[in-house]
Ligand binder design. Structure first.
Ligand code: BEZ
Length: 240
């Protein structure tokens, strides 16, 4: 067999949306953590990157660190991971702070935990190793975990592609909006845009929707939107 081919043994299960986030204890640059229990009551984003001292990862870490406060205001903590050791992590984060300037950011201190995962234990548990892409480095996985420790969204990127942080933040705010206001959010939704009300579950409700004088905008019986004020959304979600 070609040594680059993947075998079933190389492929690891990953949690799915709606699953309880798999538990682990890990050593990080901010001390030991128990995940997800240390984050109960908060949202968290658990993300992996391929390796320390690599350019795309460096650009991403600087961006995450720059935005950490913004995510914290939305009750969301950040936790990074790569298959590197603790001392490599520490050296890399020190280099970022002391030497690297990117997109107008400099002297960036990464204050959120970065997990050492030389054993790949956590990476395997979360399906962050995708052998067709790399057998030794984690891909760029992003797990959104809610305050009840449930996986709510998963986004994967290949090694060569840096993540879009506007989208990560948008997805977080959209999911929190869905939870708070019992609505869904349409394509490209951002706070202030109309939201989707739950679909009609009976013929009667479908008829009502089409004839209603309520503040609904029904394109058809199955596709009704309503206004949701931007400040109402942000006041409900963001810490003052
Ligand atoms: C990077 O972060 O620059 C990188 C890491 C692994 C493979 C390709 C790029």
């Amino acid at each position: 067999m070609n040594t680059l081919e993947t075998t079933p043994q190389d492929t690891f299960a990953m949690p799915r949306i709606g699953d309880k986030a798999p538990e682990f204890t890990a050593v990080t640059t901010q001390g030991n953590i128990n995940y997800p229990s240390d984050y109960k009551g908060k949202w968290s984003i658990l993300f992996s990157h391929p390796a320390d001292f690599t350019p795309v990862c460096t650009s991403e870490f600087m961006t995450f660190a720059h935005l950490e406060e913004k995510f914290a205001k939305a009750n969301c903590s950040l936790i990074g991971l790569s298959i590197d050791g603790l001392y490599s992590h520490i050296a890399w984060l020190r280099t970022i702070k002391d030497k690297i300037e990117f997109n107008g950011m400099k002297n960036i201190e990464v204050k959120f935990p970065l997990i050492e995962d030389i054993s790949m234990e956590v990476a395997k548990k979360y399906g962050m190793i995708q052998p067709g892409e790399s057998k030794t480095q984690a891909v760029r996985a992003v797990f959104f975990v809610d305050p009840n420790e449930t996986v709510r969204a998963i986004i994967y990127y290949p090694l060569s592609l840096g993540r879009n942080f506007d989208e990560l933040y948008r997805a977080l705010i959209a999911m929190q909006t869905s939870d708070k206001f019992n609505v869904a959010t349409p394509a490209d939704w951002n706070p202030g845009d109309d939201v989707i009300v739950s679909p009609a579950g009976s013929c009667g409700v479908a008829e009502e929707r089409m004839t209603s004088t309520e503040d609904l905008d029904c394109k058809d019986w199955f596709f009704c939107t309503k206004k949701l004020d931007k400040d109402l959304v942000l006041d409900a979600i963001l810490k003052k």
